[in-house]
Design a protein around this ligand. Structure first.
Ligand SMILES: [Zn+2]
Ligand SMILES: [Zn+2]
Length: 347
């Protein structure tokens, strides 16, 4: 048997702090991008190994999910290796012709600080039983220009398929933004929420388009006949608006799932600081207390005043000796975390 099929790549044993430090020290210019495809991958483990071997050599960083149903990748590639990376990806039979979604803006800090490729049951956690409906019956795509027409059309309804912490800082004009914390919940709630709009033309959107592939098929299965979705999501919308000189109908920031936490699309700040509830802000922070790590929106003044913690309690907890913290962490994860999802601030 060939050696390569039995060896698992070495695990990255560096600490979180070390990974961050290494990533920050690597100042090579990078390209941040995402891509996905629903495609049959018969052996996800060996596919993962193939990606890992090559992408490690290119110095890629990112978070990539692989499943039998396809791939969902968010990553950064050193610019010097971009041509090789692109050529290699397009040469893989599962990935030929795959469109990339390039980041709208690069952050000051690295967007990722490690390379993680995980084999999963699904490339998006949607909680759906895929055998119960036709997942290939997806909605038709909308271009940015067509999306703008939808925004202006009173007979159309725009639905944000993302979570509340994403839509709070940015969304399309007049969009319906369900107050949910997971995509699973979103799929559970939208058919009911949309019931009164059954005869409208429905346009779904998400960050890069992947969630809408499943959501559009799901809503069609639930009896909505005219369901379309924004091709390439907000990321591609922003590029098309720029390239084609279209009017931008997306207000605020596009939340992204990497260290940047967001990229600015519209100039306006549409959300408010969660701590003082008065100052306008659309900057997300993770509470500095690693046990809490809660995501919140903070204004500069509050974040400085609270020293990066989401609350006074978190600040105190973080002062505890490491050993005590361990006990607190167990208690926290069991009882508090579940009770404290992201709280959308109503203004
Ligand atoms: Zn504030
Ligand atoms: Zn906290």
């Amino acid at each position: 048997m060939a050696q390569s099929s039995t060896t698992t790549p070495l695990r990255d044993l560096r600490s979180r702090v070390q990974k961050r430090a290494d990533a920050a020290a690597d100042t090579r210019p990078r390209v941040t991008l995402s891509f996905y495809r629903y495609v049959q991958i018969s052996d996800p483990e060996s596919f993962k190994t193939r990606l890992l071997d090559k992408w490690q050599a290119f110095g890629c960083l990112g978070r990539i999910y692989v499943a039998q149903e396809g791939i969902n990748a968010q990553m950064s590639v050193p610019t010097e290796y971009w041509p090789e990376f692109d050529a290699w990806v397009q040469h893989q039979p599962e990935l030929t012709g795959i469109p990339y979604k390039m980041a709208v803006e690069e952050g000051e800090l690295p967007s990722f600080f490690k390379l993680m490729i995980k084999v999963k049951d699904k490339i998006v956690a949607d909680g759906l039983d895929d055998s119960s409906f036709d997942v290939t019956d997806t909605g038709e795509y909308l271009t940015a220009a067509e999306m703008n027409e939808y925004v202006n059309n009173p007979d159309a309804l725009i639905v944000d398929m993302r979570n509340n912490y994403e839509s709070e800082v940015g969304h399309f004009e007049n969009a319906l933004t369900p107050n949910v914390v997971t995509f699973r919940d979103e799929l559970k709630k939208t058919p009911e929420l949309l019931r009164v709009h059954k005869n409208k033309k429905i346009a779904l959107y998400c960050t890069g388009g992947i969630r809408c592939e499943k959501a559009s098929a799901w809503l069609k299965h639930k009896g909505f006949s005219d369901v379309r979705h924004l091709q390439g999501g907000i990321i591609d919308y922003a590029h098309q608006v720029k390239e084609q000189g279209l009017e931008n109908k997306f207000q605020g920031k596009n939340f992204v799932f990497d260290e940047r936490l967001g990229e600015r699309i519209g100039e306006d700040i549409i959300s408010t600081c969660h701590l003082c509830k008065t100052e306008k802000s659309d900057t997300h922070y993770h509470c500095k207390n690693q046990i809490c790590h809660t995501l919140f929106i903070g204004c500069e003044r509050c974040v400085e005043k609270k020293n990066g913690y989401c609350s006074f309690v978190c600040r105190q907890v973080d002062k505890l000796p490491a050993k005590t913290k361990k006990t607190v962490a167990r208690h926290y994860n069991l009882r508090i975390r579940k009770r404290k999802p992201f709280q959308k601030t109503r203004v």
